[in-house]
Design a protein. Sequence first.
Length: 572
Amino acid sequence: MRLSLARRLIIAAISASLAAAAPSGAAEPDAGLALTYQPVVAADGRFRAIDVTLRFRGAASGVTIIDLPNEWGGFDKLYAYLGDMRAEGAMLTASPDPAKIVLRHAPGAAIVLRYRVRGADRAEQLQDGEVVNDYRPLIQPTWFHLIGDAVVARPEHLDGDTPASFSVRGMPAGTRFASDLEHPGLTVDGLIESVAVGGDFRLIDAGHGARLAVRGSFATRDDAGWTRSFRRVAAAMSDYWGNDAGRYLVTIIPFAPPGPGATSIGGTGRGDAFAFFATTNALPEMLDRLMAHEMAHSWVNVRIGGFSEKVPEAEQFWLSEGFTDFTSWRALVRAGVWTPEQYFAQFNDALREYDTSPLRAAPNKEAAGLFWTDEKAQRLAYLRGMLFAHWADDRLRRAPGGSSMRDLLLTMQAAAPAARSDAVTLFGAEAQRRDAAIGEGIARFIDRGEPIALPADMLAACGALRQFERPVFDRSFDVDATLANGRIIAGVARGGPAWRAGMRDGMTLIGRSGGEIGNSQSEIAYDVDDGGTKRTLRYMPQGRARETVREFALGDLSPPAARQACIAALSR
């Protein structure tokens, strides 16, 4: 049988330790599971790797299974970044599953497991087609970035609530370290759901136990701007939920964009932290929106029921991601950070994307199965959940008692600690109690994937939902073939709008400097190199086919009373 390179490397590392009987003096674990990070630093001061140490007591059976990082965040075989495994207090033995190792030891023995994490091959300059967020171990010469899911091995016999502790050692003088693990009361789940950064970071005290760890510089925001943004967002979320996030860490990693006009932002919530990635040209409003979304994850799903272990996580993302968008947008308006105009601009962009999604009618299970491999399926979870929250909010406001989604979510927050139920189940039960139609709505719009029908008079204090036809969005050249061909333009449709604007196969695409992808009613602009001459080509990206789309049309909010009524409707 032929083995993959990653599996051969792991088995080789384990085999080297098979003969190493456990020293009798293996250190006692400080807690149920004690984790230590120690950077490996070259003579020139550059980071090369991270040494990880885990201390714990083995299973009472004398056989402990260790789950290695494997699939998470769209990446697989994360165990390939772990090597040089050694054990004290146990004998390492190979497993037929490359994502696991087996320890044999005396029942309940004190065990020390050590291994080395090497970084993924990732430059600080993005290349065409790369996404900015990268959840693999990132170890660069002057900094490192570690997501717990990608680097922390887990003894199977320790459940998520097992007490844990954390320490870091050996940071070079003049460097900084920050992690959401730097506090007492940790658990095994907390070690996994963590972020840690070190190196040339600037640590900023944002107040109330919150910190920002920033490296590099951004063209659109300085450190004071990051601090102001964080404080405004944090205040908005605290006001919406009636309590604050407590200790919080935002790690901010910049990347140079791959070309003019190319912008990308991304990241992942870590419960009490947010790992933020962005190109250096990202606009402030984009950064604020993403920061609000990720901070909202401190409540959704963390404080309203969590994820069910019986159902694949991706099947629950419609709630965890969609409700996070809904609550963060509402919180921003409630706190005065966003205007109604900003809210509905974002809403209409999302509604347009949903209405034109090729997966709009896909059942939840089908779309969830594609989540990590298909960008359209990934976006559908956000869009579907957010629009369903608007539909449910409208139902709740019309029901006897006149409640709202915020009322329901606050009830979930209060009930979750005692209910010990996942968020989807808890939401369904509480929604059904208030309006039986919402339960059927989950079955229709989420489970079966029926298109979400929003009433025209939804949020009538702000305006009305309208439906209209328009030409489909069509660049009229093959953007995928162009990027795959080193940005040499290909597939220009003869006679199409790009052709009429002067675009031809063989020109070099510099970047997009105008327009909105997916919106055929917004003029698009592409900068091109035409035989050594830079030109900007502008045209309406409209195909011959037509599509039906919806948008929320704001009413006249110029009278102060009308504006306040709209803000009040969005704030409930």
